[in-house]
Design a protein around this ligand. Sequence first.
Ligand code: NA7
Length: 542
Amino acid sequence: MTIDGDIARFDVIVVGAGFSGLYALHHLRELGLRVRVLEKAHTVGGTWLVNRYPGARCDIESIEYSYSFSEEIQQEWVWTETMSAQPEIEAYLNFVADRLDLRRDIDFETTVVAMSYSDEAAEWTVRTEDGATVAAPFVVAATGILSVPLEPSIPGMDRFTGTSLHTGRWPDGVVDLSGKRVGVVGTGSTGVQLIPVVAREAEHLTVFQRSPAYTLPWRVRTFEPGELDELKASYPQIRAAQREHPVGAARLSAFSVLLEMLAKPPLKTASAEERTKAVETDGIMGALNWGDLFFDIEANQMAAELYGQAVARIVDDPATARALTPSHPFACKRPIIDQGYYETFNRDNVTLVDLRADPIESVCPNGIQTAAGLHELDVIIYATGFDAMTGALNSIDVRGRGGASLREFWTEEGPLSYLGLAVAGFPNLFTIQGPGSPSAAANFVAAMEQNVEWIGACVSYLREHGFRTIEALPEAQQEWVDQATALVAATVLVHPSCSSWYNGGNVPGKKRMYMGYTAGIPEYRRRCDEIADAGYAGFKLA
Ligand code: NA7
């Protein structure tokens, strides 16, 4: 760091101390760069710190949803379950921060409110909420893809006299729900994880469901004695397989199950007996395990019907089972896995409100008013998702070349980006797993590690070759966006009836555009390397 007047100067400023910010700090520091991390929370963890709601858990196996860059760390850390719950991931990230002595380069409780690029100085100036300013030629936005909670705008929300909670801003410490009448709004991944746990604790749970989930029943278990040690001994093979796998997780996960479905026979040509048998034998998996659901909306609708039959085999009350049957296409939203979700609706203390038939009118001081009546509540939990991919950077006033606003650009033009790593007009700003990256449909940790290492190599290249700036070219950016869009053009991911955080349809006013890159991490890595090897093709270096 150098001090110039009131401004502290670094080589790189990293915004965020979650999975990506921590690795960015470590990796760039190892390259000899002076790095400062600015983090708004009081400690490390990012989205795994704030999503402390009961039941929060990763849906990728712990030994794959973890840093691969350090053999010491992967050997020393002890995972207790096949898929980790939030407290263990939070503890892991704290362990990593201590093990690598990362905290000395992190400013906690430091919220970045603005950053602007000076063409003349080829430098970013970053302003924080407390009025401090820091500067560096490079900024790495490690701000997360699911880090800005999405507040619904339901009339009367602020008049509720009970406790209002958002899963993405869960308070520290235990929230005691025993003896309480609890309402949960939202049935995405978060709601599906939360609902069974809350049902066991609350006196009564009312689930307010706008779009029923497609969710695969899953068994998460603690490791058997010696099992983790065996896995750790195989880490070279595990990591190698992961590296070659399209979703960055070669072991069983919701993503890998989806990929396997693609290779299954089509539903459209299956006989009525075959369909019935699939549901009778394999339940929910049997309803969805067909190869044509991703590309053929009619096949997808047929699967939804089978899915309803599979749900009806678990849920005792036929009307509730019908209400739990989705009407949007399967696979257009991120896959969900659950532990006992549908069984929860057989409990006496759980009521489902199907908002498709009985919409919310308002939140009242004592509960939620739907068209059919008032549901009295002591606690309302909003599990209403995130302003994904662009939300975190849009919450900062980012000004690029000539004072151009990133927020305005993304709002007006859509979330355009080159490789998900850079945006034309915003030189020397790297976005980890920005829009157009594999992150949304892959193991975020694996995808993120590739990005951090690419950024490290890029900054080293620029310094070694005497370049001060790198900036995505608009035409390369458009080409990348077109390619990413073409990859999903024939799939249900872009069907007009599909509204999700993948395509921005969950945020009122957000320009709809599929924000992922679905050719897989190995192909993405190959493209990124090819671009770097060609002297950063598609970028202007100056
Ligand atoms: P999601 O998947 O975006 O789900 C949010 C849920 O909240 C979904 O069921 C929404 O219904 C519902 N929602 C949102 N606003 C409202 C209002 N106003 N009224 C009723 N219901 C509403 O977010 P999650 O947190 O569950 O999961 C996000 C990712 O985190 C997940 O994919 C994993 O990657 C981890 P809708 O579908 O919009 O009709």
